[in-house]
Design a binder for this molecule. Sequence first.
Ligand code: OOB
Length: 542
Amino acid sequence: MTEKLTGWSEVESARYRAVGHWEGVTFGARLREAGTDHGDRVALVDGDRRWTYADLDTEADRVAHGLRGLGIERGDRVVVQLPNCAEFVLTWFGLQRLGAVPVHAMPGHRRREVGHLVRVSGAVACVVPDRHARFDHRQLMREVRAEQGRDGSLRTVVVVGDPGSEHGFVPFDALRAAPPTPGADDGGADSADVALLLLSGGTTGLPKLIPRTHDDYAYNARACAGICALDERTVYLAVLPVGFNFTFACPGVLGTLMAGGTVVIAPDPSPQTAFALVEREGVTLTSLTPPLVTHWVAEAASGAWDLGSLSVVQVGGARLPEEHARELGPALGATVQQVFGMAEGLINLTRLDDPEDLVCATQGRPVSPDDEILVVDADGRPVPDGAAGELLTRGPYTLRGYYRAEEHNRTAFTPDGYYRTGDVVRRLPSGHLVVVGRIKDQINRGGEKIAAVEVEEQLLTHPAITAAALVGVPDERRGERTVAFVVCDGEAPGARELAAHLRVRGLAGYKSPDEVVQVAGLPLTAVGKVDKATLAQTLLRP
Ligand code: OOB
């Protein structure tokens, strides 16, 4: 089954094709071309393992052959939950070669999130590590499978490492065992098909899926790559989770591969690991979230590392404090680029030749001349440049509707197709945006997005809690941390007890409140909503 549900009108689609944004090429076909055109160049490095473009092309054929043997075919969805390792990339292209659709899960997701992804996408398989960060993903998959029951879509679990003895769990290496059989480049997929599903940061009870087509996602990566001046000499270090849109396509892994460069996978984001790879591989570009910046600056100051190859460091996912932006460039001897992006589409970048003040104090401007931006007041009326308002956007790589979420789509978009980002920005006359706040009920914990409602629903399952509000409060290290204000029968559970409760409920660990504050009741606004601003204020008072 393939789905064309991406919502751009015929007229818009025709224009995006005519001006060359949408090139009409699938990812499977792109890799085939790269394998032929510059097959001997190094495409991918993970530890001691290296793949040339020709190797990557062959490996995609192998993995595709193995996946086909499991019954996976064009249009099938497959949840990929892998930590930073080459197998993410091999699996991704193996799926593209079949015209199948990877669903990007994050390594920290647990039963609740993964189960939801499988259910909503109707995934037929999951690809997971055996263990990662002291967590057994096979156990997680057993639970997900049990929950899905016999009628569920999930048939197979592919395990990188030791699959154990569970029926239906297949080792990744067995997929690659057969000799490569080059079949079709992309299983007959169309470039307007959904190529992958990304996870939204979410504002509702459960995360939404974002359909991205071959055409739009390749444009996303290519537009970013152009602005970052990527070419075959680029060596990109993937420090953040490789499945994160920022790391994967802004320009990240895909942008680098499309430019003929080399992608190096960092197994963890520590500056020690990263700097050793910068030295060894001659890394030229990498991307970070703001909480990493201070660690990287401190480690660079030790003087123990030769970071001479590093030319651009991107920072995004959450607001970067201006003073950190000013420190970072000199500390690493690199050009800083701020990135304000979203899995839904729109990417803003500061330009490499922007004056320092724009680089340090803004979050960049849209990457495409066809990104349409509106900054509006509460009634949806555009505000003048310089004034704060909600950012609305539409364009050649911004979604027109979440996957299988008709009801949510009615409010998430304006009638003429603009996506309501929920971000409050100011637009400068140069077109640069400054992110000044948010109207969506989401907390940004150093780049990790937490939908308050999702956590609040789970907090209410604790026997002592009768009402709860999750609020983001300023935090030195992460920008924001989460505080659960709870109304309780008797004594409130502590943060650790609550974390244990939520873990049993299958919620990802990063969603557990950093702090718990017991209150007698939750204050309400004039329209009867929980007054989170007032709650946050109570913490600031002595
Ligand atoms: C990236 O994507 P998501 O989908 O995890 O989160 C998007 C949201 C934005 O709507 C905004 O609220 C926030 O994250 N955000 C920023 C920011 N970058 C993202 N807020 C302030 N300053 C920034 N620089 O986070 C993402 C996707 C692609 C590239 C980069 C980030």
